[in-house]
Structure formats: C-alpha cells, structure tokens
Design a protein around this ligand. Sequence first.
Ligand code: CAA
Length: 264
Amino acid sequence: MNTKFETITLDISGDIATLTVSREKSLNALNKQVHTDLKECLWQLRENADNLHGMIFTGAGEKAFIAGADIVEMSEMTAQQGYDFSVLGQQVSVLFEELPFPVIACVNGFALGGGCEMAMSCDFIYATETAVFGQPEVKLGLIPGFGGTQRLAKLIGRNKAKEIIYTGRNVSIDEAVDLGLVVKKFATQDEMLAAALKTLGQISRNSPLAINEAKQVMNQANDLTLAEGLRLEAERFSDIFGTAEMKEGTSAFMEKRKADFSVK
Ligand code: CAA
C-alpha cells in the first residue's frame, strides 16, 4: 500500500491507521491536492481494510485540525470549478463514512468550514481544550460546500445548525461538547491521541463484521424514515446470522470465555 502523499501522511501501526493532513503552514487548509491525496488514500484503505480495525484522522501541528477549504485557491475558481471542488470534497467525506472500520477525528485547534465538515464525516470526534469549531463560510460570501449544510443539521438539529451557519460564529469546545458534536474533550493533544488509540483498541476486540454493519446501518439511517431504517436493521441483523464471527461471539458467551474474532 502506498503511504507517500504530497499533502497528507499515513502511518499504520499494527491494525490502526493514523491519517494526518500535513499543510501546517496553511493551517492544513484543504486544497484540491489534499482532496486528491485523501481520495486516493481512502480508496487504498478501503481495499486493504481486512488488515485494519480503526483509524485516527487529525491535522499536523497544535494550532489547527483543518482551518477550512483553501480560500486562496477558491478565490480564483469559476462556478464550474467551484462545483467540481465541492463534489470532490463531498466524495472524500463519503469515503470516510463508508470505510468498513471506525474513524475518530482528533481535533487539535481550529476545525473551521471544511475542517468541521471533514470531522463530522468521521464516526465521532475527540477534541482538545483549544479546539474551535465553526462554519464561517458566509463571512466569505460562500456557503458550506463539503456537506456542512446537511451533516451539521443532522448531528445537532436544523435550527441550531442554522444559527451557527448564518452567524458564522466560532463554537468553543465546551459548547461543542454540549451540542453533542464532540464526544470527549482532552487537556492535551497527546492525551487525546492516546485515548483515541485506547478506544480503537477496545473496539477492535469486538466483532469487526458487526462494527462495520452497525456503522453502515447507522450512517444509512440518516436518509431513511424510521420504518425504512428498522427494515434495514432487521435485514442486516439477519445477514450476520451464521457467520463465523456471530458463531464465535455467541459460543464464547455460552462457554464463559472471551470471544476471539481473529479466528476465522
Ligand atoms: N485557506 C488558505 N489559507 C489559510 C486558511 C484557509 N482556510 N486558513 C489559514 N490560512 C493560512 C493563512 O493565510 C496564513 O498564511 P500566511 O502565513 O501565508 O499568511 C496561515 O494559514 C496562518 O493563518 P493566520 O495567520 O490567519 O493565523 P491566525 O492565528 O491569525 O488565524 C484563523 C487563524 C482564525 C483560523 C484564520 O487563519 C482564519 O480565519 N482562517 C480561515 C478560516 C475560514 O474561513 N475557513 C472556512 C473556509 S471556506 C470553506 O471551508 C468552504 C467549504 O466549506 C468548502
């Protein structure tokens, strides 16, 4: 698997990957090259998913996770190029959602605009006390373009999302926790990364198949009615019956031992 990219770094340690946007001088702003690198990398991770149980997604340095889409690059774009840029960013966000293992966004500092949008595409967000969230696009005469109008509303409710998007104001870490945007806050970046690794380690002891099924059903439920979502849940619940992982999990319970899902 290629781990060399121009604007991002991918480290794989055991069964956990760490993906870092590495444009520290521009506060990790998302330009076309970052999206192209992310798209290529996420495709590869998807292809090699059998060897992985989770991923941390973060930004280089202490100041910013991602300070948004690259404003300098966008300022020169035509409407068609703006459309293509939006679609490319949205494709990246969907690739995060569709990875068959959990992804924790570890937010250090600014997560503005496209940064907040990419963090929301991950399964959940851990953040440091210095984290600042927001969708400031309207201050630039823009609207969120990598899914913010959709995902923020679904995550925290439409009216709260409207207030944040219309004002373009910063959302502090404490407010982000209160809103349910951030799951846990940490004093330092090191503490956050250590906790994310611990959480992924804990998750990786469970059935990888079940984790992936739960992730896909919960993500797809965003676009479904309750009745459709319940039908999907019953279908995917039943799909797991008879699999080696389901047999191992239930047998281990009855035999009063820990399940070992690495045995296929
Ligand atoms: N795009 C391009 N460059 C950026 C950037 C961005 N989004 N954010 C920061 N930078 C660059 C700055 O231009 C600066 O570069 P130079 O050193 O070459 O001047 C460098 O990063 C450091 O930034 P600052 O000097 O501004 O740092 P600061 O501490 O004074 O301020 C900040 C930090 C408040 C995050 C400020 O940089 C800022 O407001 N950035 C823009 C945030 C923003 O508006 N994001 C939304 C973008 S639009 C979007 O994301 C659209 C979409 O949904 C698709």
